[in-house]
Design a protein around this ligand. Structure first.
Ligand code: C5P
Length: 239
């Protein structure tokens, strides 16, 4: 099994991001860079980081959300960086999702796979009502948005450990479920509230995991990443 862990390099600092990519290149399955880094360092910064980890897939977490034509343009520009995964807010609606998927398809086999953001885990049901959503159970809202994503050509969604098993059942075997908020039992929870271990999340149906601090803050980050990969593969963890 390929290593499913994308390490979240959450920094604005180019030298630090490059050093992390180099340090972890052999121990993780991919690299996640998001808004914090992209706004500070731009496409050139992304390219510079990827050069330190040749061949590792990029998860570009830009969470695009705008009118369909603008999001399609964003997908086109982002595709120049050849990300394996790119995020879009499903709240942008069916036409926006479809425009993004159609644009991505133009890049053929090298196209970025598009992942929908359903409901940000920072939002409660009451927060959703406040911005005009109907009152409904959070799980139902998340599932409805995942179905909207799939119906309009997206390849998967980002989801919390809490939602993985339900979404795997609802969305079928081929849907990508990229899961942040996991914690190895030997790491602290940081500010993540609903945690599962990496192996538990994979067993529940995740295809990929996004892990930041348990790797980056470890005394030996590459060793921590390898240990996580071993635990997922079911091998006894190295001491
Ligand atoms: O350090 P940690 O493992 O918590 O990092 C997880 C990564 O996943 C961060 O980049 C964070 O922004 C992202 N994320 C998350 N929880 C969500 C969505 C994204 O932790 N609900």
């Amino acid at each position: 099994m390929a290593n499913p862990v994308f390490v979240a390099i959450d920094t604005t600092d180019l030298a630090e991001a490059k050093a992390r990519a180099k340090q972890l290149a052999g121990a993780v399955g991919g690299i996640k860079l998001g808004l914090e880094f992209f706004i500070a360092q731009g496409p050139e910064g992304i390219r510079a980081v990827l050069q330190e980890s040749p061949g590792l897939p990029l998860f570009l977490d830009l969470k695009l959300h705008d009118i369909p034509n603008t999001v399609a343009g964003g997908v086109r520009s982002a595709s120049a960086l050849k990300p394996r995964y790119l995020t879009i807010h499903t709240a942008g609606g069916a036409a926006m999702l479809r425009a993004a998927a159609d644009e991505a398809a133009k890049f053929g086999v090298a196209r970025p796979k598009l992942l929908g953001v359903t409901v940000l885990t920072s939002l409660s049901s009451d927060d959703l009502v406040e911005v005009g959503f109907a009152k409904r159970a959070m799980g139902d809202q998340v599932e409805a948005m995942a179905r909207l994503a799939k119906a309009n050509g997206l390849d998967g969604v980002i989801c919390s450990p809490h939602e993985v098993a339900t979404l795997r059942r609802a969305m079928g075997p081929d849907f990508v479920l990229m899961v942040p908020g996991v914690r190895p039992s030997w790491a602290g929870a940081d500010d993540q509230k609903r945690v599962m271990t990496p192996a538990e999340a994979m067993r529940a149906g995740a295809t990929h995991l996004v892990i930041g601090r348990p790797i980056l803050k470890a005394a030996d980050p590459a060793e921590a990443a390898r240990r996580i990969a071993q635990e997922i593969a079911g091998a006894p963890a190295a001491a």
